[in-house]
Ligand binder design. Sequence first.
Ligand SMILES: [Zn+2]
Ligand SMILES: [Zn+2]
Length: 145
Amino acid sequence: MYCRNCGSPILLNAPDVCANCGANKGDGSKFCPNCGAPTTPEDTRCNNCGTPLLAEEVTPPKSKLVAGLLALFLGTFGIHNFYLGYTTKAIIQLSVSVVFLVLGCCTVGISCIVTAGIGIWAFVEGILILTGKIDKDGQGRPLGD
Ligand SMILES: [Zn+2]
Ligand SMILES: [Zn+2]
């Protein structure tokens, strides 16, 4: 890859700063990180090799492992669905769990069953995420490992 600030080559295992100009890896907008061709800040893709230059286009995918573990351990509160961007589902799980945990002070039996039900729902989702049955985030982007 190439320094985006000065265009000098950077080794893949090099430190996070450019040895030539001291810019952080990925900082700058004057050169293509893939081929080293000059770019302008307005370019969304390199004119030479087509590499996407905007940060949001190269955002790494959401991690399947993180989402799965969140579902298994904090799934009762919908944390994994917040992480994946399934906000509606996450709010349902969170609010139902919180409401019934609060109610639990007076009606222990029923609220235990409901909260456990959300926990089982989240647990199943965790398994589905880890086994690849749920493989997209809330924006429909594929999950990474
Ligand atoms: Zn540099
Ligand atoms: Zn390029």
